[in-house]
Design a protein around this ligand. Structure first.
Ligand code: CU
Ligand code: CA
Ligand code: CU
Length: 374
């Protein structure tokens, strides 16, 4: 292995490297080029593990995109897995990210009542730099809200008063920019109101929960793409006052990507932060139950993401702002920041894939299974 290959290019304020000729694109990873990025990343992050033959501990599944380079294959654990795709997820405890736990983890905040009777929800959110192992031997120096990627899913009810106490314990200035209705001062945009929150500084964002729907928040510091792509995003769910048809199971899926080597493209894709995770740990659901998925796309660098499920159809509510679905389908696309609600019932037991319908994203981590039981 050539350790002289330049590894990750650390993104820093105002100096986003773009299109360096020395950086192989992730397309070259797929095509099996020699100097593929995950290998370069291994040189920096997991060299010993890679050089000893890549006998990764973990769940015994095969490897991800590294298999496609043809250079880190190990005889014991590599295989072309489920549905003909190579897989290989890092065990959540080792990765530092557990997408299954994130699925149903709705943070309703600290609840109290204001003198006017309005429900008040408060959250403490801290930006902090954390490194995760997102693929076997590939670490990603993330910027996070509360130490996780994606950040906490904030849940509230339409009309609630919200206070988000933000502390920046990271190494760069950040903001929290919420989608929703609020004043300019509360928008988390640099130069307006409190604007950029410097490392060590705090600010409380305050607004009411409107309109109902499935929304998101993210950092709005420039350069914007890396601030988002480094992991500063999360779901923001406003439940309608009137409620929706009660779901038997409710979850959030945040579609993201990882740019592990700089440049302006992603090397990995995932749902809830860990590539290939749901291949090895299928989402467990019950036959005929109403499963409600808040689907949110925060992917940077690629213009469009998508969600496709095998063998089943779902009702789709764009942005979750209406109580009637716009579509009955098995595939939806979302641009950056777009989101919506997927209401789905599985009429048959068994395992059904879900993945980006963009094959390249799927092969780089954005695929998984639902496992339907009685
Ligand atoms: Cu930021
Ligand atoms: Ca890249
Ligand atoms: Cu946004």
């Amino acid at each position: 292995m050539d350790n002289s290959v330049p590894t990750r290019v650390r993104l820093s304020e105002g100096s986003t490297p773009r299109g360096s000729a020395e950086l192989p694109s992730r397309r070259s990873v797929l095509l099996g080029a020699a100097a593929a990025i995950p290998m370069a990343a291994l040189g920096a992050a997991g060299g010993a593990r890679a050089q000893d033959g890549g006998d990764h501990d973990g769940n015994g599944s095969g490897h991800g995109p590294m298999d496609m380079t043809g250079s880190t294959k190990t005889s014991a654990t590599s295989h072309v897995g489920h549905a003909g795709f190579p897989t290989g997820s890092v065990p959540p405890a080792r990765a530092g990210i557990d997408p299954t736990a994130i699925l149903r983890d709705f943070d309703t905040g600290t609840v109290s009542t204001l003198p006017n009777g309005q429900v008040l929800r408060e959250w403490e959110i801290t930006a902090i730099d954390v490194e995760f192992e997102i693929a076997p031997g590939v670490t990603f120096p993330a910027w996070t809200y509360n130490g996780r990627v994606p950040g906490p899913t904030l849940w509230c009810r339409e009309g609630d008063a919200l206070r988000i106490h933000f502390t920046n314990a990271g190494s760069h200035p950040h903001t929290m920019h919420f989608h929703g209705l609020h004043t300019a001062e509360m928008d988390g945009t640099p130069g307006i109101g409190a604007g950029s929150i410097a490392p060590g500084a705090t600010f409380t964002y305050e607004f009411d929960a409107v309109p109902f729907g499935t929304h998101l928040y993210h950092c709005h510091q420039s350069p914007l793409a890396p601030h988002i792509a480094k992991g500063l995003y999360g779901g923001f769910i406003i439940e309608p006052k009137s409620g929706r048809e009660p779901a038997d199971d409710e979850m959030v899926m945040v579609m993201n990507g990882y740019n592990t080597d700089g440049g302006d493209d992603n090397e990995f894709y995932s749902v809830n932060g860990l590539p290939f995770h749901f291949m090895d740990h299928p989402v467990q659901v019950k036959k005929n139950a109403l499963v409600r998925i808040h689907l949110i796309n925060v992917l940077e660098y690629d213009p469009v993401n998508s969600f496709h499920v095998h063998g089943n159809f779902f009702h789709y509510y764009p942005t979750g702002t209406m109580l009637t679905p716009s579509e009955y389908t098995d595939t939806v696309s979302q641009v950056q920041g777009q989101r919506g609600i997927v209401d789905i019932r599985f009429p048959y037991t068994g395992k059904y894939m879900f993945h980006a319908h963009k094959t390249e994203f799927a092969e780089l981590g954005w695929m998984g299974f639902f496992e339907v039981s009685e």
